[in-house]
Design a protein around this ligand. Structure first.
Ligand code: NAP
Length: 331
């Protein structure tokens, strides 16, 4: 395991975190609680110290499962619990709300569900354009000063939005989409984080399973699985992505004797992301973590990967399909 530090957090942060969106079930075709708890325990056994969740994941379910698992496991003083704030819901319809009132309600709900008395990293899930950023930032600063949170984070914020936020509060973390197929923010948000000592948590490191090599032309997704609406998983794009996966898989095998998963996570880390989020809901999915350590991609390797990507996916599709409506507030 490699470790890093997150500003203001006095614990060692593993460079791979367990992402628990799928564990909440919603938008992932359901989930199994027993298996989810074993997955969280397995992650901790393997040396992962960062667990990322959010109130909206399963409308409280993910946080509750994480809370139960951590209560059973102990070692709270070593675990960096990252959760989010600012997405509200009504009848499973979600909307952005990062008002002070909402933040002060959500923190108490999250602390209760997670069964803890502080949260290590508290991230604004999506920028709320209908609330002044100063209001959101000042509310988080109050929570920081009170000790209820240890680090302030945002997620899905642009550079301009981070700068605006930083006028009213310190910023320790930005969580952004980042993987081989979704690298639009490399030169902007990631570069800013690297320059200004904001820790970056990269989400979708495996591009929702596409970069595991397990997807097939006829793969089917169940129930409310978000990949049914992901344009990358639809033709005419899907075949191109699968062909690129094949090339990347060959490179990983022939040049590094590693799996595609190892290459995908190594790439994210070697591009400068502080912590790569790995969405797993079965313990055995985490076995591959051990293949990430002890090697690195150098600049020639990164160029070779770039060549494959440019040749195979000249017009990449971003992760925008996941964004909640920009302006729709509570009806
Ligand atoms: P991800 O990590 O890119 O991919 C998860 C997918 O990879 C799942 O389909 C899972 O399979 C598959 N997988 C994992 N390990 C595998 C293995 N060893 N072999 C084969 N398949 C494997 O996707 P993600 O969950 O979207 O992102 C990770 C985390 O980032 C989330 O859980 C969440 O914490 C965070 N996130 C944050 C935001 C935000 O707006 N801030 C947005 C998205 C995600 P199964 O389907 O079979 O389980």
């Amino acid at each position: 395991m490699e470790f890093t530090t997150i500003p203001n957090v006095q614990k060692k942060a593993s460079r791979v975190a367990l992402g628990t969106w799928a564990i909440g079930g919603w938008m992932w075709g359901g989930s199994d609680e027993k298996l989810a708890i074993s997955t969280i325990h397995k992650a901790l056994d393997m040396g992962i110290t960062v667990i990322d969740t959010a109130p909206v994941y399963g409308f409280g379910a993910s946080e509750e499962i994480v809370g139960k698992a951590l209560k059973q496991y102990g070692k709270r003083e070593e675990i960096i619990l990252a959760t989010k704030v600012g997405l509200a819901w009504e009848s499973e319809k979600i909307y952005r709300d990062s008002s002070r009132k909402r933040i002060f309600k959500e923190i108490e709900d999250s602390l209760k569900r997670l069964q803890v008395d502080y949260i290590d990293v508290y991230q604004v899930h999506w920028p709320d354009l209908d609330t002044p950023f100063s209001e959101t930032a000042k509310a988080l600063k109050e929570l920081l000063d009170s000790g209820k949170i240890r680090a302030i984070g945002v997620s899905n914020y642009s550079v301009e939005q981070m700068k605006e936020f930083q006028k009213s509060a310190p910023l320790h973390v930005n969580q952004l989409p980042f993987n081989l197929f979704e690298r639009e923010l490399e030169e902007t948000v990631l570069a800013y984080c690297l320059k200004h000592q904001v820790a970056s948590l990269g989400y979708g490191s495996l591009c929702r399973g596409l970069l595991t090599g397990k997807m097939r032309k006829d793969s089917q997704f169940q129930g409310d699985d978000l990949r049914k609406s992901d344009p990358k998983f639809k033709e005419p794009h899907y075949a191109k992505y699968l062909a690129c996966v094949d090339q990347l898989q060959q490179l990983a095998k022939q040049k590094y004797q590693r799996s595609l998963i190892a290459l995908a996570i190594r790439w994210v880390l070697d591009k400068g992301i502080s912590v790569a989020l790995w969405g797993a809901r079965k313990p055995e999915q985490l076995e591959a973590i051990d293949s990430i350590w002890g090697w690195k991609l150098n600049s020639d390797d990164l160029k070779e990967v770039d060549q494959i990507l440019t040749r195979m996916i000249p017009h990449p599709i971003g992760p925008e399909f996941m964004a909640p409506p920009e302006h729709r507030r509570k009806p």
